[in-house]
Design a protein around this ligand. Structure first.
Ligand code: 13P
Length: 247
């Protein structure tokens, strides 16, 4: 399966920074097109502008979250149809920073993923254990519970991406061993087999301290179909090295 390298810019980037980064990526893609799919998920304020800069390139646009409702009295929220309208093809849902800081439950994440699908977006559903859960050897049961509770019901082939992001690896510079990554990704694939019609068509991304140095090794692990990159996606050269490692 062609790998997907996705950049989650999180709450980073004013208009000038975002535009400069997008232009840099478009120029790199034109010069040396990678043999993977590429996605950037800028903050909501930049979506429309970055979307126009990416138009005609092979780099897709995604939102970092969406509301479960298509519109209404939800101050500060952004809906899935709004993301689609801004040019998005994907939406991240259930990132641990939303699960933790915004108290999002599995049911909320599932509702958001379902809303994304309804708007014609591909949801990227994030799962992952905390350090305490890993220490207690609960990582598989935690990820299994999140998958059971947050995956949208109707996802078919190519309509869904799952991202394994161990909370303790996000922004810390620490990554699981390749054996640990392989274990969880194989487990997620097996869970998908129970739940979706075409489980091998669902990409399973790894996220958490992926950088230009460790990308090739991580992307070489079985069942790792790409990466969800935070910090290193804010630097054009690093993001590009990761994309090339996927080819
Ligand atoms: P870092 O790559 O900064 O660890 O962030 C990973 C992440 O949360 C991507 O969604």
């Amino acid at each position: 399966m062609r790998k997907l390298i996705a950049g989650n810019w999180k709450m980073n980037g004013l208009r000038a920074d975002g535009a400069a980064l997008a232009r840099d990526l478009v120029s790199r893609a034109a010069k040396s097109p990678p043999s993977c799919d590429l996605l950037v998920c800028p903050p909501a304020t930049l979506l429309a502008e970055i979307g126009s800069l990416l138009a005609g390139s092979r780099i897709a646009l995604g939102g970092q979250d969406c509301h479960a409702e298509p519109k209404g009295a939800h101050t500060g929220d952004v809906s899935a149809p709004m993301l689609k309208d801004a040019g998005c093809a994907y939406v991240i849902v259930g990132h641990s920073e939303r699960r933790q800081n915004h108290h999002e439950s599995d049911a909320t994440v599932r509702a958001k993923a379902t809303a994304g699908l309804g708007a014609g977006l591909i949801p990227i559903v994030c799962v992952g254990e905390t350090a305490a859960q890993r220490d207690a050897k609960q990582h598989l049961s935690v990820c299994g519970g999140q998958i059971a509770g947050s995956l949208p019901e109707i996802a078919g082939a190519g309509q869904l991406v799952v991202a394994y992001e161990p909370v303790w690896a996000i922004g810390t510079g620490r990554t699981p061993t390749t054996t640990d990554i392989a274990e969880v990704h194989a487990f997620i694939r097996a869970e998908l087999k129970k739940r979706v019609a075409n489980p091998d068509a669902v990409r399973i991304l790894y996220g958490g301290s992926v950088n230009a140095k460790n990308a090739a090794e991580i992307l070489g692990v079985a069942n790792v179909d790409g990466a969800l990159v935070g910090g290193a996606s804010l630097d054009g050269a690093s993001f590009w090295t990761i994309a090339q490692a996927a080819g």
